[in-house]
Design a protein around this ligand. Structure first.
Ligand code: PMV
Length: 345
């Protein structure tokens, strides 16, 4: 499927979502924040590669104030310049960089006319493309800032669909707290978006254990596709997810932390084990990742309730309760700790 065809397919979906909403900016600057999110039950594999439609549902927790802050405005580009102006963490990003190209292709869906150019300034708190959900919050903040610029006032589930067209996991970054991303079954994916769970869990803590800030050498998009196409075990993944999701949602309702931790960790390990059975095998963990995983296992043997999850990168996210904060910090002093529900107390 060539790029032009995939752009046309996505553009059709965008047009369906926007309907008769205006394509003329209603203010000079649109701005928004979106939180990063960490999946407790992972999305790994697409039923539609172009529209980022997942094979299964997934479940995440948003990281409160850790995320992306984005401003978007129209840019009067000098005559010779045919590109958008993209500023990431105060630095201008060259238009030839994959980051700029991906954003500009996405922005093509929202231009009123071909010559229209945007200036985007975005500040992301977490390392980019190191398996720390930077693209999820990035696309969600971009969609929200477009919604602000054009004053569309779209419902959150529609923003979630638009964000998904940029990056699958971005569909979950439109809300705080726990969010389930529904797989949906419609071919165009108009039923595949995030749905927030109304449960709060103020004692829950997420620790970001950053072991490596280098960009990953295989994108989640490629790794997912290779796993789905070549792993002889992929066929059991949807079943694993279905069971894990059911247990996780019930653990959340009951505030049963040990079940939440056990199943989140097992689900992440199952995803990484699955990737290792792709041909060629995919490995995101480094020796530091394994060392930290062992350390966490040892902490549990000594009675400390701490668990980890891991995405498409070597870094870990620790799960624990507020009462164990000091004990966990003693073992991992560099941990960046997030209280996902703090603002809502
Ligand atoms: O949305 P993507 O293409 O960045 O993929 C995200 C994949 C994982 O982070 C590994 C799992 C997930 O559900 O977020």
């Amino acid at each position: 499927m060539n790029n032009m065809h995939s752009q046309t397919l996505k553009k059709n979906i965008v047009n369906k979502i926007l309907g008769d909403k205006t394509r003329t900016p209603q203010k000079s600057v649109g701005q928004a924040f979106a939180p990063a999110n960490i999946a407790l039950c992972k999305y790994w594999g697409k039923r539609d590669l172009i529209l980022n439609l997942p094979m299964t549902n997934s479940l995440s927790i948003s990281l409160n104030e850790e995320g992306a802050r984005t401003k978007i405005s129209l840019w009067e580009a000098p005559k010779a310049d045919t590109h958008d102006k993209i500023i990431l963490n105060t630095e201008l990003v060259h238009p030839d960089k994959p980051f700029s190209k991906a954003l500009s292709l996405y922005l093509d869906f929202f231009r009123t006319h071909e010559e229209m150019r945007f200036q985007i300034e975005t500040d992301v708190d977490i390392p980019i493309a190191a398996g720390l959900a930077s693209s999820a919050c990035g696309f969600a903040a971009l969609v929200k800032s477009l919604n602000d610029l054009y004053a569309w006032e779209l419902e959150p589930h529609k923003l979630s669909i638009l964000a998904r067209l940029g990056s699958g996991s971005a569909s979950r970054s439109l809300w705080d707290g726990f969010v389930e991303w529904e797989r949906g079954c419609c071919v165009e994916g108009l039923d595949s978006y995030g749905v927030p769970l109304t449960v709060q869990w103020p004692e829950l803590r997420i620790g970001l254990l950053i072991l490596e800030t280098k960009q990953k050498n295989i994108s989640s998009r490629v790794a997912m596709e290779n796993t789905l196409n070549t792993s002889p075990f992929y066929r059991i993944w949807p079943e694993v997810v279905e069971q894990d999701l059911c247990v996780l949602k019930s653990a959340i309702l009951k505030r049963d932390f040990n079940t939440l931790g056990t199943v989140s960790e097992a689900n992440a390990q199952a995803m990484h084990a699955l990737m290792m059975t792709a041909r060629p095998s995919i490995l995101y963990s480094t020796p530091e990742t394994l060392k930290a995983q062992n350390q966490i296992g040892m902490c549990r043997q000594e009675g400390l309730s701490v668990y980890f999850t891991q995405d498409a990168g070597p870094n870990l996210k620790l799960l624990f309760l507020e009462k164990d904060l000091n004990a966990v910090k003693d073992i991992f002093p560099a941990l960046k700790v997030v209280a996902p529900f703090e603002r809502f107390l």
